[in-house]
Design a protein around this ligand. Structure first.
Ligand code: ZN
Length: 277
C-alpha cells in the first residue's frame, strides 16, 4: 500500500489514482494524515478492502507524516560515509534528534540560511505500533512503512564545540524534507536492499544501496526501543550513504535549484532551494 497526503487529506493509492480515506471509509477514519498511525492495524485491514473502482481524487502531494511525536535520526550508518567523515565505524548506533518544525513535504521550497548547507539522502522509517524492548526478529512488525527523507545539515553549526550540535545544525526550517509517499514493507521485493540516490540540478551527488546500512531497519528499531518508547507515527531517519559535500575535496554545499532524492520503490522527493543569505 502507498499512502499520501493529497490536498492535506489522507489518501491511499488505488490503480493510478488516490482514494480519499475519510470519504471512502464513511468517516470511520479521519482525514488527518498523522492520525492514521494510532489506528494502523484497523486501517490496513480496512484499506485491503477498498475497491479498485473507488472514486479517486487528484491534487498536490503534501507532507505525508506531518506531526510525529518523535523525529529521530541515525548518523554514520554507512561504512563509506563514516570513512569520508574521518570517523570510526560505530559500534552502537549514533543517535540524535531532529525537530518537528524542520519537516516539509514534496515540492516545498527551502530557504538556505548559509552557503554551508550539505545534502544527506536517507531512508526514513515510519513507526506503526508502540515499541519498547522489541527484538530484532520482531522489529519489522512495528514498521508502518518507508519513505524518502533529506537530513539537510549546516555543517559549521552541527560541528561547533565544545560538543557537536547535530540536533540544531540539522533542524533549521525546511531541513527535514519527507515524502512523497509512505510505502508499506510488503510492497518491496527486498525491503532490505533498495537503491538510494540524490541529485542537484541534474547532477548525481549520492548513490548507494540500503543493504550497506551498518545498522539495518530492524536493528535500528530494536536498538532504539531498548532505550526509548517509539510511538505510532514517529519518524526515524536512518543515515546517509557516501557522497556528502563535506566529504569532498574541495568541500561543496547546496546551491539554488532543484534537489531530487530517490529510493527504489518509493519514488522521487523533489524540493526547491533558494538562497536566504
Ligand atoms: Zn543524516
Amino acid at each position: 500500500m502507498r499512502i499520501a497526503n493529497v490536498n492535506g487529506r489522507l489518501a491511499v493509492a488505488v490503480g493510478d489514482g488516490w482514494v480519499d480515506v475519510e470519504q471512502a471509509s464513511g468517516g470511520a477514519f479521519a482525514a488527518d494524515p498523522q492520525a492514521i498511525y494510532d489506528r494502523w492495524a484497523d486501517f490496513t485491514a480496512w484499506a485491503s478492502t477498498i475497491s479498485v473502482d473507488a472514486a479517486t481524487v487528484g491534487g498536490a502531494l503534501g507532507l505525508p507524516v506531518p506531526a510525529p511525536r518523535q523525529l529521530i535520526a541515525i548518523g554514520l550508518n554507512y561504512r563509506e560515509h563514516a570513512m569520508e567523515s574521518n570517523l570510526d565505524i560505530p559500534e552502537h548506533p549514533v543517535v540524535f534528534a531532529k525537530f518537528q518544525s524542520s519537516l516539509i513535504g514534496p515540492g516545498a521550497t527551502v530557504t538556505l540560511p548559509s552557503d554551508g548547507v550539505d545534502w544527506e539522502v536517507e531512508l526514513v522509517i515510519v513507526i506503526g505500533k508502540e515499541a519498547h524492548g522489541v527484538a530484532v526478529a520482531d522489529a519489522w512488525d512495528y514498521v508502518a512503512g518507508l519513505t524518502v527523507g533529506q537530513d539537510l545539515s549546516w555543517r559549521a553549526v552541527q560541528l561547533r564545540g565544545p560538543a557537536p550540535q547535530f540536533s540544531i545544525g540539522k533542524s533549521y526550517p525546511g531541513f527535514s524534507p519527507l515524502g512523497p509517499v509512505v510505502v508499506t514493507p510488503d510492497e518491496f521485493a527486498d525491503k532490505n536492499d533498495l537503491a538510494i540516490s540524490c541529485s542537484l540540478n541534474g547532477e548525481v551527488l549520492q548513490e548507494g544501496r540500503t543493504s550497506d546500512l551498518i545498522f539495518p531497519v530492524a536493528e535500528i528499531v530494536s536498538r532504539l526501543s531498548q532505550s526509548l518508547t517509539l510511538y505510532p507515527g514517529d519518524l526515524i531517519y536512518t543515515g546517509t550513504p557516501k557522497g556528502v559535500g563535506a566529504g569532498r575535496t574541495p568541500k561543496r554545499f547546496l546551491v539554488e535549484g532543484s534537489l531530487v532524492s530517490s529510493i527504489e520503490g518509493v519514488g522521487d522527493l523533489t524540493i526547491n532551494l533558494v538562497n536566504g543569505f
